[in-house]
Design a protein around this ligand. Structure first.
Ligand code: HEC
Length: 184
């Protein structure tokens, strides 16, 4: 039998050897993880989601279908159309992934909820529902999304602009329910 100090010494040596080997393995694993991430990041740059770009304003656009006042159209264009129309003005960083995917997702979701370019084709019920939602969202400063105004400073609405949109949406809602109310 070996004496106690001798055994302790052997255990200590083995322990040091194990730590040394596992350190090398962790470093190798980390290197591989970083390398794979870097390759993945480069690879996804080649993926280009379809762009939402149709610069001509068509007859179903709310501006044409309901002769929206010029100042209202201006506010909707600068603060809402990037996500709620068929024509997004893309920033330069839309060329970088995964940013482009994130933007494409916002546009898709935003258009599904409300598309100002198609407003004229909605049923009366949907038009009224969307106008009501616009009043709520704008009054409560929920729209435009904060992640958007954080970068698009010009899309931050002033109190006067909010009031303009709210009053316009309420008036249009009244007009539509009077003109088309029976035809739901
Ligand atoms: C950065 C993109 C973006 C911008 C800009 C934006 N929206 Fe939205 N909007 C969305 C998304 C995404 C949704 C769906 C998810 C949600 O409700 O948050 C949505 C939902 C909505 C809805 C439906 C909410 C509900 O009650 O379900 C309304 C109404 C709306 N937006 C109005 C507006 C108006 C008006 C503006 C401009 C003043 C605007 N949005 C600007 C992305 C945007």
């Amino acid at each position: 039998m070996k004496s106690f100090p001798e055994t302790a010494n052997i255990i200590q040596q083995r322990f040091l050897l194990c730590t040394y080997i596992s350190n090398i393995m962790v470093k190798k694993a980390l290197k591989w993880i970083f390398l794979s991430l870097a390759i993945a990041l480069v690879a996804i740059q080649f993926y280009r989601p379809a762009r939402n770009e149709n610069p001509t304003t068509t007859a179903n656009d709310i501006a044409i279908a309901y002769q929206t006042p010029q100042e209202v159209t201006q506010v909707l264009h600068k603060a809402c159309y990037d996500c709620h129309s068929n024509n997004t003005k893309y920033p330069w960083y839309n060329n970088i992934q995964p940013v482009a995917l994130w933007l494409a997702d916002h546009v898709k979701e935003g258009k599904e909820e409300l598309n100002f370019s198609e407003f004229g084709s909605f049923t009366t019920k949907r038009k009224l529902k969307k106008l009501k939602e616009i009043v709520e969202e704008v009054e409560e400063s929920e729209m435009p999304l904060e992640s958007y105004t954080w970068i698009h400073n010009e899309a931050k609405l002033t109190a006067a602009e909010r009031q303009l949109i709210v009053e316009w949406a309420k008036a249009l809602s009244l007009k539509i329910s009077m003109q088309e109310g029976g035809a739901q």
